[in-house]
Design a protein around this ligand. Structure first.
Ligand code: HEM
Length: 324
């Protein structure tokens, strides 16, 4: 599978100490720069169709219309006001994610959290909240689509097949409303898995405890709702799952990569017209998963960690834990 070739891209910031000339994140709100466009005239039944119909790869009026559809679908999840975004019943999402994680952790022994939990719970809970059928295959189908979402240019038959099944689950109509719901599941898939994985790693290694050099390690803090939220905030600041995104000049020209890692985590969910509309949902889903992992007393089998090969995402490949 070919992903958009990042090797030749200019990097607008250096992901290091500072953002060169302050130009990096400014591009996200600069009308002279847009999300790199995708072909619009593409057949139904293909990943190119999904890219051509979602807010993520659109600009201008089409973007506003498609983003409103996405926010409408997210907003239908509940009625607790969240400023500058869709309404979300955060507690209901968190409860649902906690319950689903408890079910998945019920087997004793070692659990690989990324494959068994972090890549399953957000997709299952969101799909259920959209009224879509949830089966043992659901999260896997979303994963098949997500893996090809950014792979512009080359057909991926397995992804087209999975997309066709998800469209059927949505009622079988290839329209923008269907694309919006599938787009939400796909956007949530890797990013929320990364948020869960990075937060779990931080919480379970005690890296978040703030132990100073030379001090005896402190006992792990008691699990609580506040603990999960605190560790999430910390992971979003120090180890965010989405590290960069692309923008291109509005009048054509090569895309550049805009880094999203800052010292205060203020760009973890992006900025500008495409800023993540699922932020409150992602936090609630990840918090529910963390609640369950912490309450079960899960411990990492090994502190060694590897990340998926991706320039813009930081998602652990695997996190094995023993619970109970
Ligand atoms: C429930 C989970 C999530 C949902 C439903 C969701 C949904 C979306 C959608 C629909 C967009 C495109 C918006 C547009 O183009 O107008 C988006 C963008 C974005 N999301 Fe999320 N997202 C989720 C989780 C996350 C997480 C966990 C992160 C990282 C911490 C994240 C970071 C971003 C960023 C950085 C963008 C902007 C990309 C850009 O400007 O190029 N999202 N999200």
């Amino acid at each position: 599978m070919r992903t958009l070739d990042l090797d030749g891209l200019a990097v607008v910031d250096d992901l290091g100490d500072g953002i060169r000339g302050g130009t990096g994140p400014d591009l996200l709100t600069d009308p002279g720069w847009v999300v790199p466009p995708v072909p619009e005239d593409v057949p139904e039944g293909t990943m190119a169709w999904l890219r051509a119909r979602v807010a993520r790869f659109s600009s201008g009026e089409a973007h506003a219309r498609r983003r409103a559809l996405a926010i409408g679908a997210l907003g239908a999840l509940g009625a607790l006001g969240v400023s500058d975004g869709p309404d979300v019943n955060a507690e209901a999402l968190r409860d649902a994610a906690r319950t689903r994680t408890q079910e998945l952790l019920s087997a004793s022994g070692t659990v690989e959290v990324m494959a068994r939990v972090a890549r399953v719970v957000p997709a299952d809970v969101l799909a259920a909240s959209f009224g879509l059928p949830v089966t043992a295959d659901s999260a896997g189908l979303v994963g098949d689509v997500a893996r090809a979402y950014h792979a512009h240019g080359e057909p991926v038959p397995a992804a087209d097949h999975a997309l066709t099944r998800l469209v059927a689950d949505c009622g079988g109509t290839w329209d923008e409303t269907t694309a919006a719901r599938i787009g939400l599941l796909v956007q949530a898939y890797d990013a929320t898995a990364g948020l869960i994985g990075n937060t779990a790693y931080l919480a379970l290694t005690g890296a978040g405890a703030g132990a100073g050099a030379g001090l005896a390690p402190e006992p792990p803090p008691e699990p609580s709702a506040a603990l999960a939220t605190d560790r999430l905030d910390q992971a979003l600041r120090t180890d965010p799952p989405v590290r960069g995104t692309l923008r291109a000049p509005v009048d054509g020209g090569d895309p550049v990569r805009v880094g999203l890692v800052t010292s205060d985590g203020s760009l973890a969910f992006g900025a500008g017209a495409h800023a993540c509309p699922g932020q409150a949902h992602a936090r609630a889903l990840a918090a529910g998963v963390l609640d369950a992992l912490l309450a079960r007393g899960c411990r990492l089998v090994s502190p060694d960690i590897a990340y998926e090969p991706s320039v813009n995402l930081r998602v652990p490949v695997a996190l094995e834990v023993v619970c109970g």
